[in-house]
Design a protein around this ligand. Structure first.
Ligand code: ADP
Ligand code: ZN
Length: 708
């Protein structure tokens, strides 16, 4: 059986060997047993049911909670030459009938379906009349009421055990905790399932957490080495999402906003673009996440603190599904702590619930202030022990300096106490530094005994100290007021001199910025860049022709292997991991040509156009596009005009013109009779006020309108 599975792995999927426990899982399910699979994101869960589906006779039914996930998998299988379809609400009755007929004729191997549809009596009796190979229940944690993704429809999937007693069932999830695991077993009636628990470590992700100082500047520094990479930036509020997306686009990093306040259509559109285009950044609230199967997300950046380690793990886990190097980066500061604590305090819910949430937040804060290996700490929270420091996180790489902060901490606590436990960090630092300003005099704090006692430390060091006091629960935030600090019960031993306190020394921004160009940016080195881009642009072109995301043609890992192993014949190409029989036949030649260099000439122009259109759609100005592509602005304008003429771009996408000016220009063009005047005529008429390139674009838009 395993032999046969190996052959399918190579012939259909193009991979040489199973990863982790895939082999054992496939053997179990293919031979008719049930399985519960707990594997992190990117671990390779899909193969665990796709290979058995091909090994067993009959139709494999895959339950998936989201249309986007289904479509992605169906497109991927389609490219591999495997007959798969998704039944969902977007299909017409006729289309559905057609699919049913194909299923009855045995033409389909995998059927993807939403849970609510699967459990409809008509659907169930339809399936009972067929040979069903297996049921795969993806994202099985949706059955858990405690998780964030609870789907009531999942509860009804338990009946499959009774209705199809001889059909093997495999449930899969990337949610690890014990409680969810037991709920899945119970509710899905999987008592006899063999459990396959993988390590939840994501070794290819580099973790870095930096103190927040000038977050935008810090983010730009982080992004500087990652130009052209796709990534997600998480923020807490919708407003901030909008602002950061606009800011990044302005700075030459094409970015789109995503949050619950946008219309469904716009959200779906932005999500689609994120999947289909390369190098786009999604700036999002946590509303963006589930259903994102994009394998080549190269980084996840947090500009605000997640409220638990569960959330942090899940959000950062969206990076690097393809196993290539990826980064998890976060900037965090005292304001985050204050904000989350206030939110928690104002939330509905009973005391017990609040206590649980408080513990979760404390664990998140502890990771931020961690002085040991971040990965060890993160995994320990999920009950997994990593024996050695990982060597692949900021703490391991940069080392962490700690210092004895006992005395300054006592001064800080004393400043809180003596000023009446109601002032924020700004004022407290002023007291310690002895700043004799108006506010100080107004409240008379220049007479406090701690006034000016802390001149040995800088303002930044004091702020860092206060942040750590709050993170460790030694001081509390006044939740009703304006972020004033109070003493907490647990600071007593410190005040009484019974314990000492070691704190983390924050790195200077320059140090951390220098250290932050890590793994991902090293993916492709200078001399390979050109060929890498050529491979990517061929992939992009094929993806457009087939209307699928680029990674469905070939994942980055496969392109990278082509780049490194330089196959020169089809036989050699077949050995590249990720090149199965069908893709070899379809795409082998084309990629060989690029590798041989003969396809490079046409690349230049065709590719420039693709890229230009993506950049313009992402909201870049012509000047920014010119910088990005390294060509003249004049060239950019004429390519934009051309794209507008072909209706690949709208005028609004290409240029951001004030409405009045646009009206004036259009009037100028439309003034006369017959043929549109040339752009240079209009330029003269407007006294050279408007750039000629702009006029080309407006003219192209008018022309396109006439022809339509
Ligand atoms: P998950 O669903 O667990 O997040 P996927 O099934 O999407 O993970 O797999 C992640 C990536 O790893 C995909 O690009 C997939 O093709 C690739 N992959 C899975 N199994 C293997 C394997 N045995 N060898 C090489 N690549 C694999
Ligand atoms: Zn580490």
């Amino acid at each position: 059986m395993l032999d046969q599975a190996q052959r399918i792995l190579k012939d259909v999927f193009g991979y040489d060997s199973f990863r982790g426990r895939q082999g054992a899982i496939i053997e179990r399910v293919a031979s008719g047993g049930d399985a519960l699979v707990l594997m992190p994101t990117g671990g390779g869960k899909s193969l665990c049911f796709q290979v058995p589906a091909l090994l067993r006779s009959g139709l494999a039914v895959v339950v998936s909670p989201l249309i986007a996930l289904m479509e992605d998998q169906v497109a991927t299988l389609d490219e591999l030459g495997v007959a798969a379809v998704a039944l969902n609400s977007t299909l017409s009755a006729d289309e559905q009938r057609l699919i049913a007929e194909r299923i009855r004729r045995g033409e389909i191997k995998l059927l993807y379906v939403a849970p609510e549809r699967l459990v409809q009596p008509r659907m169930l009796s339809f399936l009972q009349g067929l040979d069903v190979a297996l049921f795969a229940i993806d994202e099985a944690h949706c059955v858990s009421q405690w998780g964030h993704d609870f789907r009531p429809e999942y509860l009804q999937l338990g009946q499959l055990a009774e209705l199809f007693p001889t059909v093997p069932r495999i449930a899969l999830t990337a949610t690890a905790d014990m409680r969810t695991r037991e709920e899945i077993v119970q509710r899905l009636h999987l008592q006899s399932a063999e459990r396959f628990l993988s390590s939840f470590d994501r070794p290819n992700i580099f973790y870095r957490i930096v103190p927040k100082e000038q977050p935008r500047k810090q983010l730009l520094n982080f992004l500087a080495a990652r130009k052209g990479d796709a990534g997600i930036v998480y923020c807490l509020s919708r407003k901030k999402v909008e602002e950061v997306a606009a800011f990044l686009s302005e700075q030459g990093f094409p970015a789109l906003p995503y949050h619950a306040g946008l219309s469904n259509e716009l959200r779906a559109y932005h999500q689609k673009r994120f999947l289909n285009e390369e190098g786009l950044i999604m700036v999002a609230t946590i509303a963006f996440g589930m259903g994102i199967d994009k394998p080549n997300v190269r980084f996840v950046a947090h500009l605000d603190l997640p409220k638990s380690l569960e959330a942090y793990y899940q959000e950062t886990g969206r990076a690097g599904r393809d196993g290539l190097p990826a980064d998890a980066w976060m900037a965090y500061g005292l304001q985050d702590v204050i904000f989350l604590k206030q939110m928690l305090n104002n939330s509905e819910g009973d005391e017990r619930h609040k206590r649980v949430e408080q513990h979760k937040l404390d664990a998140m804060l502890a990771l931020c202030e961690e002085t040991r290996c971040r990965r060890q700490a993160l995994l320990a929270y999920f009950d997994e022990e990593l024996p050695q420091p990982c060597g692949h996180c900021d703490n391991c790489i940069d080392g962490v300096q700690t210092w004895d902060a006992t005395e300054p901490a006592r001064q800080a606590l004393s400043a809180i106490y003596r000023s009446g436990q109601r002032y924020g960090v700004g004022h407290l630092v002023d007291i310690l530094l002895g700043r004799d300003n108006d506010k100080m005099r107004a409240v008379g704090h220049q007479h406090l005994s701690v006034f000016g006692m802390g001149k040995a430390l800088s303002e930044g060091e004091w702020r860092s100290l206060f942040r750590q006091l709050v993170a460790r629960g030694l001081a509390d935030v006044d939740l009703d007021g304006f972020g004033g600090l109070r003493l907490s019960a647990s600071c007593r031993p410190l005040l009484r001199g019974e314990v000492s306190l070691e704190l983390r020394r924050d790195l200077k921004p320059q140090q951390s910025a220098k250290a932050s160009s890590s793994a991902a940016s090293q993916l492709v080195r200078g001399e390979e860049r050109e060929q890498w881009e050529a491979l990517r642009s061929l992939r992009r072109k094929l993806a457009e022709e087939h209307s699928v995301p680029p990674y469905v043609i070939f994942p980055d890992a496969t392109l990278l292997e082509m780049l490194r192993s330089k196959p020169s014949t089809l036989a050699e190409m077949a050995r590249v991991s990720g090149v199965g029989a069908r893709k070899l036949e379809r795409y082998g030649e084309a990629f060989l040509k690029v590798l041989a260099g003969s396809a490079e000439a046409p690349r230049a122009v065709v590719d420039l156009r693709h890229e230009l259109i993506s950049l313009a759609r992402a909201g870049m100005t012509p000047t920014q596009i010119a910088n990005q592509l390294g060509c003249s602005e004049k060239n950019v304008y004429s390519l934009l005009a051309e794209a507008i003429g072909r209706q690949q771009l709208s005028l609004e996408q290409a240029l951001d013109l004030p409405e009045e000016l646009l009206g004036e220009i259009q009037d100028a063009f439309l003034d006369g009779e017959g043929e549109l005047p040339s752009a240079s005529e209009i330029s003269e008429q407007l006294g050279g006020r408007v750039e000629l390139g702009v006029l080309y674009c407006v003219r192209a838009a008018l022309q396109a309108e006439f022809e339509a």
